[in-house]
Design a protein around this ligand. Structure first.
Ligand SMILES: NC(=O)c1ccc[n+]([C@@H]2O[C@H](COP(=O)([O-])OP(=O)(O)OC[C@H]3O[C@@H](n4cnc5c(N)ncnc54)[C@H](O)[C@@H]3O)[C@@H](O)[C@H]2O)c1
Length: 286
């Protein structure tokens, strides 16, 4: 099947990046967010980030204007009815996502594929909330979406070969490298990444070293381009906590227990870059 019209649900960190990417690759799309202020901030981020690409001469001013012209905005899921593909990028909460999938199932045209950008939640269970589990799939983009090459494609238990093939071909047409994995908690990316981030947070809590020192050890010693605490701030500490809870609940192993300091920081609103402060301070929010 050909995927042309797209709807992106959630205009936050990931949703606005996903919309940016599709719009630059000629897809008409609707960006939906239930929070009008978030929708406005999402559109401002897209305009700013496309502007940066013009300044770097990776796209022209005409391409920027054309991409912006392909994006419509809406506050309600009804706007997704004609989409060939819906990419959901809302809060990492299974009940909230399942509810959105149930609603989308009743709205979106019968051929439409329902994809989730979830970092860790079961695609099989999201599919089971719909009448189209064969057309439900994980399309896990990395942050920042326009820059990062990987798309982790997650096959739910019932995802059909046709749906999988269409999404892999689409990811390639967007200039990405899709890697297919099966549906287990955290998939591959976060099952490997989050225990490392969590351990770095335990090191802060136990006073093993200061955050900057921990990041420097991992950057210079392990050739990581970014230290684990800088990366946690970038992802969002609330998102990291939600993923660790899915790993702990889904795999049942205490090695995934979230560090108490991570819980404290989330409770205090130190959510990382998007809040202006996490393990490090940032001059501007986002
Ligand atoms: N942040 C990352 O680095 C990253 C990376 C990969 C995947 N993800 C995943 O992407 C998803 C989104 O993460 P984010 O960091 O962009 O979150 P975010 O908090 O920045 O944005 C979420 C947006 O969804 C909106 N929203 C919430 N409920 C909604 C609903 N019912 N209908 C419409 N809009 C709704 C909110 O208003 C908000 O604007 C999560 O599942 C997360 O695990 C995040």
């Amino acid at each position: 099947m050909t995927i042309r019209d797209v709807a992106v649900i959630g205009a936050g960190t990931m949703g606005n990046g996903i919309a940016h990417l599709f719009a630059l690759h000629d897809h008409p799309l609707t960006l939906v967010d239930s929070d009008s202020a978030a929708l406005r901030r999402g559109m401002e981020a897209i305009e700013r980030n496309l502007g940066r690409q013009v300044a770097k001469e990776s796209i022209t001013a005409e391409e920027r204007a054309a991409a912006l012209g392909r994006i419509a905005t809406a506050g309600d899921l009804d706007a997704a009815h004609a989409a060939d593909l819906v990419v959901e990028a809302i809060v990492e909460d299974e009940e909230v996502k399942a509810d959105v999938f149930r609603t989308l199932d009743a709205i979106v045209q019968p051929q439409g594929i329902l994809a989730s950008n979830t970092s860790s939640i079961s695609i099989t269970r999201l599919g089971a909330a719909t009448s189209r589990p064969d057309q439900t799939i994980g399309m896990h983009f990395m942050n920042p979406v326009p820059v990062m090459k990987l798309v982790e494609v997650i096959r739910g238990y019932e995802t059909s070969d046709e749906t999988h093939g269409a999404v892999v071909a689409l990811a390639e047409s967007l200039g990405k490298t899709p890697v297919t994995v099966n549906d287990y908690p955290g998939f591959v990316s976060n099952r490997v990444l989050m225990p490392m981030i969590n351990e770095a947070i335990f090191c802060v809590m136990e006073g093993v070293a200061e955050p900057a020192a921990i990041d420097t050890v991992m950057k210079l010693g392990m050739s990581h381009p970014m230290g684990p605490l800088t990366l946690a701030d970038f992802i969002g500490l609330d998102v990291c906590l939600a993923i660790l809870e899915v790993l702990q609940g889904g795999l049942g192993d205490p090695k995934y227990r979230p560090c108490p300091l991570l819980r404290q920081m989330v409770a205090a609103g130190r959510l990382g870059r998007k809040a202006g402060r996490g393990f490090f301070e940032y001059a501007e929010r986002g």
